[in-house]
Design a binder for this molecule. Structure first.
Ligand code: UGY
Ligand code: MN
Length: 254
């Protein structure tokens, strides 16, 4: 870091309870207990209005969590953006590389460790699971996005969707990857009850949030609160691709 070269400015937009755009330039390190050799930014939490917590983590070689993450009703998910990661759930070790992920159900927890020689970039997520009488609990899911099928989205050849978790009623959340070729867009501006925590993996776009058209690009995080208008046009040379959470399969409480 050094003295700024010009007036301070930011692309961040924070509308508590509605939506937020958090670009990488403004991220700060949040020290957390039991996370060793990790640079961690909390990018969504109930203080913003989100019903989940999401983190961006850079884990150095020999970095690890020294206490189990999740469990006791909290489901967790980890995705490797860059590098390698070992994840232990219920005594089983899963060895992940770029694009790899583990979903851990609410009755289990995960330990993370970087046993490689270079640092690892992760997306970590937790939320309270909503059980439903008569529906079994979800199970551990481990895979890599490169093994998964990308389906044409809403009949548009230049947009694809990957589902990372099963669509079974046992799951009250999913993670997806939407990819738009330059010029591609949503078929309509969505308004829905579900929230999203979206991390932009590549490309650039103009995103409609709460009916404001906002430039976004690789490395940005967007939180979309319930019923916030949302849609995008991809621009530039590269596909616009983001990984995002979505709650599902549950009837809201009143
Ligand atoms: O699944 C979704 O709701 C997704 N199409 N939303 C979004 O990309 N903002
Ligand atoms: Mn949506």
């Amino acid at each position: 870091m050094s003295y700024p070269k010009d007036l301070l400015s930011t692309r961040a937009i924070i509308q508590h309870g509605r939506y937020a755009l958090i670009p990488p330039e403004g991220l700060v390190n949040n020290q957390l207990p039991y996370f060793e050799k990790c640079t961690t930014s909390i990018i969504a939490s109930p203080k913003l209005g989100a019903s989940f917590v999401q983190y961006l983590i850079e884990m150095e070689p020999e970095g690890k969590t020294t206490k189990a993450f999740g469990g006791d009703g909290i489901e967790t998910f980890v995705f490797v953006r860059e590098g390698a990661l070992d994840v232990v759930v219920d005594g089983t070790k899963y060895e992940l590389n770029q694009g790899g992920y583990v979903y851990c159900p609410p009755h289990l927890n995960m330990l993370l460790e970087n046993n490689s020689n270079s640092s690892t970039k992760l997306i970590l997520y937790k939320q309270r699971y909503i059980p439903v009488e008569g529906i079994p609990e979800p199970w551990v899911v481990c895979d890599n996005i490169n093994n998964l099928e990308a389906n044409i989205y809403e009949g548009m050849e230049d947009v694809t969707l990957i589902d990372l978790l099963p669509t079974d009623m046992a799951f009250d959340m999913n993670m997806h990857i939407l990819t738009f070729q330059p010029g591609g867009c949503h078929p309509f501006i969505e308004t829905h009850v579900q929230e999203h925590g979206a991390y932009l993996l590549s490309g650039e776009g103009i995103y409609n949030l709460d009916n404001n058209w906002i430039p976004v690009k690789k490395g940005d995080f967007i939180w979309m609160g319930p019923f916030i208008q949302q849609a995008t046009y991809a621009v530039g040379q590269e596909p616009l691709s983001y990984i995002y959470s979505k709650d599902c399969n549950r009837d809201p409480e009143i």
